[in-house]
Design a protein around this ligand. Sequence first.
Ligand code: UD1
Length: 419
Amino acid sequence: MDRIVINGGKKLKGEIDISGSKNSALPILFATLLTDEPTIITNVPSLADIDTTIKFLNFIGKNIIKEENVVKTCFSGKYKHIAPYDLVRKMRASILIMGPLLARIKKVDVSLPGGCAIGARPIDIHLDAFQKMGVDIYVENGYVKTFAKNGIKGAVIDFKLPSVGATENILLSAVLAKGVTTIINAACEPEIEDLATVLNKMGARIIGAGTNKIVIKGVDKLCGFTHKIIPDRIEAATYMIAAAVMKGEVTLNKVEPIHLKAVIDKLKRCGLFIKEKKDTIFVKWVKNLKPQNVKTEVYPGFPTDVQAQWMVLMSLLDGKARIEENIFENRFMHVAELQRFGADIVMNGKVAYIKGVKRFSGAPVMVSDLRAGAALILAGLAAKGKTTVSRIYHLDRGYEALEKKLKKLGADIKRVHNN
Ligand code: UD1
């Protein structure tokens, strides 16, 4: 398995482009199942999760070509209705197959996604909603088997939690349902707005995406579309924090500053100099940065996907900080690895108490999940000496050209291929 080797301590300086959003591209790729007409999606990041999705959609019956950052779907055959274990276990977002297939062929059997490193991550909110929309559901041999005998019907759905995936899955089916669907307590993330923009380009009738109440009037048929994926706000936040950790001066191009408001506000409160323009962000380290507590929340609050990276920054500032994780029950797998660099972190349930240390020293560490991996890379960049990061396939799921971008900024980082 490949590893990343970092010789820490280099200042970061320069500019990089932020890639298209993984979490936006994934549901939009699933949306192509809703039409037989050609679609063109640009700014699609080159990531393992995107490749997995393309392979999955090809297996289901879609014909997809990806060249660099452009995906074209040009022909649709007869869809299969089975999402096998081997594809679903690799990526939780595979459950987004349910919405479009129920809408198009009334039937889909999906292998249960199971647990993952950051918590149990059930799919009850998705299933309860589909049941309200007229879908029969039962579990057999590790598969959730679903059948909408009379097609999908509009319904009023009140989520117990604003789940991102469930909001997307319901949108992906309600657009072709009979009647009107109202989602109450919907997730408001920018990725949901991006998906709704695409669906509306296809002829769907969605209002309210980006707020916690979405109303969808079902239509009979959807058409092709061309769409550019929004910038990846989590990747951008990771590089902003990298600049803070590495005493850097970094310009991020092709970003959407408004999507990063919670992170930018916190970084400014730490004392970092940040200048936002229309689609660029300039970040400059300033002496004596001060720690800031954070609580992860649904959008527009501080994102859970930036919690691990924030912990690295707090560990290296003079003073104390408290980080509360409110979205996932077990998203602190990075703590033990950060302690190997010398971090001073004490856990109590969903709260981490961090006391800043003067410096990290390089260590061999192992990635448990995507964002934990980002945190270990940041820690390695800051640490004195050599850090070896293993199990980096998690990072390849979500960070396009990670080493290339960091090298461009002056980091001493390389990928080592193991036999
Ligand atoms: C998406 C993002 C992920 C991000 C997360 C929260 C993608 C591909 N992934 O994940 O990067 O960290 O949003 O912003 O977009 N839950 C239930 N029952 C359900 C569904 C969810 O209890 O049926 C719980 C989850 O266990 C979790 C919380 O709700 O504790 C939020 O999950 P959800 O918003 O669904 O996250 P994902 O869509 O999986």
